[in-house]
Design a protein around this ligand. Structure first.
Ligand SMILES: NC(=O)c1ccc[n+]([C@@H]2O[C@H](COP(=O)([O-])OP(=O)(O)OC[C@H]3O[C@@H](n4cnc5c(N)ncnc54)[C@H](O)[C@@H]3O)[C@@H](O)[C@H]2O)c1
Ligand SMILES: [Fe+2]
Length: 385
């Protein structure tokens, strides 16, 4: 029997309009001077001002760090942590997509931890406590609000991960109203990332387990059935709430299991070419699912009813193939480019990326349902060139 260790945030609140409760929640955690960690886009669309207003109305004295960059570079994370210390922040609010939430985690940790951030890359490299932390996602999404991992880009443009349970927040606050302003491309890319979390968590060769499985199935159902609704009408709050909850469940699924080769092939696209994380996953998802089909037929067949509720299938093979085709058809959702050449990536870039995948990112290939060689990875990239 395999051992299962399951962790998640101690408190998850999902309420449309719930951002108004942020101040009360921070006050309950004993915070007086909260720092909001966010990016310029979130300031521009007025969400940061709403968060600040809620904190002020609870009698708190908030400050704002609004320079988060996508795929958080380590220098920026250090700057944010120094800003928190310099302004005596005693609690952190992560507000935004995965980039803001991942930055907020490290800022909260660095409020109590004296080691350099570089020393924390890896698994359980510190047991130091952190400052109180509330995570408020505005994409649906990475699920970062319920994961104990933070993905940081180092100075060599490699994605490094800090895994430690203290990165789980005290509260994950889900307010679907915050996601209605997402442009269609961001909506689609972040949703596809969340779907991939569920699929890779469910099919992990090394970490699959019954607890993560149940979250993965529900995540996939919510995400796949509601994405067309939010793309047709971005103001559909019920569907937006279902997406946000689906993404959160996907986060719980993958962090308690693992991600695999789709994330593995996506990483170099983000680190080298700044393709957004969700879009990178969307690009490689179809070819990798089709490549995996021979090894993962049974598991993909089990997931088919989640993406096509009520549909019956003549055989496991038909169900698995229909599952892959359904996901493939979503790769261009919201107007996402589906070819690497659309993004300025050329054939000459493929071998170096594949080399990185089978060496530095091997940890994401090991859980994949099917082994992948350097030549396999090259062929998968070429299929979408
Ligand atoms: N820690 C984890 O568990 C985990 C999991 C998956 C991905 N990640 C990381 O998360 C990052 C990607 O996060 P992301 O995909 O959420 O995107 P993001 O945080 O990089 O944001 C992308 C863009 O979307 C904008 N945006 C976000 N919400 C918006 C809204 N409601 N309205 C309008 N614009 C909005 C932002 O301003 C930004 O310009 C990557 O760095 C990735 O490595 C972390
Ligand atoms: Fe992801």
């Amino acid at each position: 029997m395999s051992t299962i260790t399951f962790r998640t945030a101690p408190r998850i609140i999902s309420r449309i309009g719930g951002l108004a409760d942020l101040g009360t929640i921070m006050a309950e955690l004993g915070v007086r001077r909260p720092l909001i960690v966010t990016d310029p886009g979130i300031v521009k669309c007025g969400i940061a001002a709403k968060a600040t207003a809620s904190l002020k109305s609870a009698g708190l004295d908030p400050i704002l760090y609004d320079s988060v960059q996508a795929d958080p570079p380590i220098a920026m994370v250090k700057e944010a942590a120094a800003f928190a210390r310099g302004n005596q922040a005693d609690g952190i609010v992560g507000l935004g997509g995965g980039s803001s939430l991942d930055t907020a985690k490290v800022v909260a940790l660095m409020g109590k931890c004296t080691q350099p951030i570089e020393n924390l890359f890896g698994i359980d490299m510190t047991r130091d406590p952190r400052l109180p932390l509330v995570q408020v996602p505005t994409t649906a999404g990475t699920g970062s609000e319920v994961t104990w991992v933070s993905v940081i880009t180092n100075d060599a443009n490699e994605k490094k991960v800090i895994y430690t349970p203290q990165l789980l927040p005290d509260v994950a606050l889900l307010d679907a109203e915050l996601t209605v302003g997402m442009p269609p491309k961001v909506t689609a890319a972040t949703a596809l990332d969340a779907m991939v979390h569920a699929i890779e968590g469910y099919t992990s060769r090394t970490k699959k387990n019954t607890i993560a499985d149940s979250f993965a199935r529900k995540a996939l159902e919510l995400l796949v059935t509601n994405l067309p609704k939010v793309l047709a009408d971005g103001q559909n709050l019920a569907a937006r709430a279902a997406m946000l909850e689906g993404a959160m469940l996907g986060g719980i699924a993958f962090v308690n299991s693992s991600v695999a080769a789709i994330h593995g092939l996506a990483y170099p696209l983000g680190a080298r070419f700044h393709v957004p994380h969700g879009h990178s996953n969307a690009l490689v998802m179809g070819p990798v699912l089709r490549f995996n089909l021979v090894a993962a037929e049974k598991l993909y067949a089990e997931l088919a009813p989640c993406v096509l509720p009520g549909r019956s299938f003549a055989s496991s093979a038909e169900a698995a193939l229909t599952f892959v085709e359904t996901l493939e058809a979503m790769a261009g959702a919201g107007g996402l480019e589906t070819r690497l050449s659309d993004l300025g990536i050329t054939d000459a870039d493929i071998a170096p990326m594949a080399e990185e995948v089978v060496t530095q990112i091997q940890r994401l290939i090991a859980p994949n349902p099917r082994d992948m060689s350097f030549d396999d990875v090259c062929a998968l990239y070429r299929a979408i060139l």
